[in-house]
Design a protein around this ligand. Structure first.
Ligand SMILES: Nc1nc2c(c(=O)[nH]1)N[C@H]1C(S)=C(S)[C@@H](COP(=O)(O)O)O[C@H]1N2
Ligand SMILES: [Mo]
Length: 167
């Protein structure tokens, strides 16, 4: 489960890097093995259009041991080169990572294998933690002192195109 452990039995889906004492590389089995108080079953109770089981961001951050110097959290998707960087304090308590559907990995068409989800996000590009920050196919969470990489669409037209592409 630690990044420096060689030979993993199962592919890592999600890395936690940057301002942490223990960088992590977590597989589906690692996420599923987190204790009950780290798990959030069935996110459809927050949003009826969404499905799947999640783990709490806070549980992952505790495992990694976030340093007090960390002020920003950046969600990276290398799949489509999408990145969102938000103030750590805003997402620390309520951020979720959806990773499981019907007992298996979250499908790509639902934003899997791992998708960030903030239950009560603001409308798109209205503030720092908006719907656009619900990063799909997230494969790395990076903690940093300064704001990190962020290429969320900022203009309405650009944003409309991005939604069109995602359909
Ligand atoms: N990897 C990735 N995640 C992404 C995006 C993207 O283009 N790539 N678009 C974002 C934007 S702009 C929005 S509004 C939401 C849309 O999520 P939905 O398609 O589940 O409604 O996903 C966000 N997550
Ligand atoms: Mo968006």
């Amino acid at each position: 489960m630690r990044l420096d452990e060689p030979l993993m039995n199962e592919a890592a889906l999600l890395q936690i890097t940057g301002e942490v004492s223990t960088p992590l590389a977590l597989s589906f089995a690692d996420l599923a093995a987190l204790p009950g108080d780290a798990q959030v079953a069935d996110i459809s109770r927050f949003d009826p259009k969404r499905k799947g089981d999640a783990v709490k961001l806070d549980a992952l951050l505790r495992l990694a041991g976030v340093k007090p110097s960390a002020k920003y959290l950046t969600l990276h998707s290398s799949t489509d080169n999408f990145h969102a960087s938000v103030p750590l304090e805003v997402v620390r308590e309520r951020g979720l990572l959806v990773y499981r559907l019907d007992g298996g990995p979250l499908p790509v068409k639902a934003g899997g294998p791992v998708r960030f989800f903030i239950p009560d996000f603001a409308a798109c590009h209205t503030q720092e933690v908006d719907e656009c920050a619900n990063v799909k196919f997230v494969d790395r969470i990076e903690l940093s002192q300064e704001r990190g990489q962020d290429n969320r669409p900022s203009e309405e037209e650009e944003h409309a195109k991005s939604h069109e592409r995602q359909k």
